[in-house]
Design a binder for this molecule. Structure first.
Ligand SMILES: Nc1nc2c(ncn2[C@@H]2O[C@H](COP(=O)(O)OP(=O)(O)OP(=O)(O)O)[C@@H](O)[C@H]2O)c(=O)[nH]1
Ligand SMILES: [Mg+2]
Length: 319
């Protein structure tokens, strides 16, 4: 573990990948490791990109990577891979498209599998962001599909949220609209080369008029990612939003909130692991569970007994 941390500190990308995998696998050592690497945390800016399948999110990100590299920033991209749900190889295509970026040391790409049922969140994306941050990555871009439950964690952790829409979505547009205003900081209308792009822009503009008064009005950017149209404008719009976050104090507020959440998360994880260990090891607990299995005790009452045992004997080390 010490070697791994040392390699991570020396900016070894293999070590970075290894740590992210450990988080994904919920490795028992991860809290200790996070404790070791924590110090430089809180520098990276996180940009979330979401929108319907095929809207051009990956193409846009590919172009943004280049803009950020030109501006001298290092970039990490996390693709939330829906393949575990849909069984497709969605990220493979992205990889081919982003091949160029792979040969650049200042760019780190990674796909993350969503676990479990539909709507399942990527486990511990907050921890993964902190690892990238500690590694010294300036800009973290997260790609997710859709606007819904799946992204709620990503939304929570993104400083700037970009929602991409395209012409010709029809019904999807309606669904998109429902969530769009609540989350978007920047609205992108991609595929400007297709008919109807300007209609989508007008539509969104209308929605913005109906929106509640707020300090930040989402900017609408028309892009044609394939041919680099609108990319500098998008880059600027993100920049303006980031400046707004700093200026308004929102960024600082978020950082403080994340610090507290991180601490509480670590406490919960520690207690959870501790409980799991005791359940495995202690005869007293296993006996109660056996009675629960047989229907001999109300599981809720039994839980009270077990909790009491853990508090009395486990935590005070009297077992
Ligand atoms: N006509 C047109 N096609 C585009 C544009 N931008 C991207 N595309 C194409 O749209 C398709 C989907 O692009 P992606 O970047 O993979 O879209 P995505 O939103 O990442 O897709 P998923 O990750 O599968 O949800 C590709 O064939 C792109 O070449 C554009 O501005 N105009
Ligand atoms: Mg994609």
């Amino acid at each position: 573990m010490e070697k791994l941390i040392e390699r991570f500190r020396q900016r070894d990308r293999m070590a970075l990948s290894k740590l992210i995998t450990m988080v994904e696998n919920n490795s028992p050592q991860i809290l200790d490791i996070m404790g070791e690497i924590y110090s430089p945390i809180g520098k990276a800016r996180v940009v979330g990109v979401t929108g319907p399948p095929g809207a051009g999110k990956s193409t846009l990100i590919d172009k943004l990577i280049r803009s950020y590299r030109q501006a001298g920033h290092t970039v990490g991209v996390l693709c939330i891979d829906p393949s575990s749900i849909f069984g497709g190889g969605a990220f493979l295509g992205d990889r081919v498209r982003m091949q160029r970026a792979y040969r650049d040391d200042g760019v780190y790409l990674r796909s993350l599998a969503t676990r479990g049922a539909l709507g399942g969140l990527v486990p511990r994306i907050g921890e993964i962001i902190k690892i990238l941050d500690a590694f010294g990555i300036d800009i973290i871009i997260i790609e997710t599909v859709g606007v819904g439950q799946l992204e709620s964690d990503v939304i929570r952790y993104s400083d700037t949220k970009i929602v991409v829409s395209v012409p010709g979505l029809g019904d999807q547009m309606q669904t998109l609209k429902a969530g769009i205003l609540e989350i978007a900081d920047v609205l992108v209308v991609n595929k400007a080369d297709l008919p109807g792009a300007q209609n989508v822009v007008d539509d969104l503009q209308m929605m913005l008029y109906l929106r509640k008064e707020s300090d930040w009005t989402p900017e609408i950017v028309l892009t044609e990612a394939l041919s680099d149209q609108g990319i500098p404008e998008l880059f600027q719009a993100i920049q303006r939003h980031q400046d707004y976050l700093s200026r308004s104090g929102l960024r600082e507020f978020q950082i403080k909130r994340h610090r507290e959440e991180t601490c509480l998360y670590a406490v919960q994880e520690t207690l959870k692991r501790f409980t799991e260990e005791l359940v495995q090891e202690k005869e007293d607990i296993r006996n109660i569970l056996k009675t629960v299995r047989e229907g001999g005790i109300n599981p809720y009452k039994a839980a009270e007994d077990i909790t009491q045992l853990i508090l009395d004997k486990g935590i005070n080390g009297r077992w």
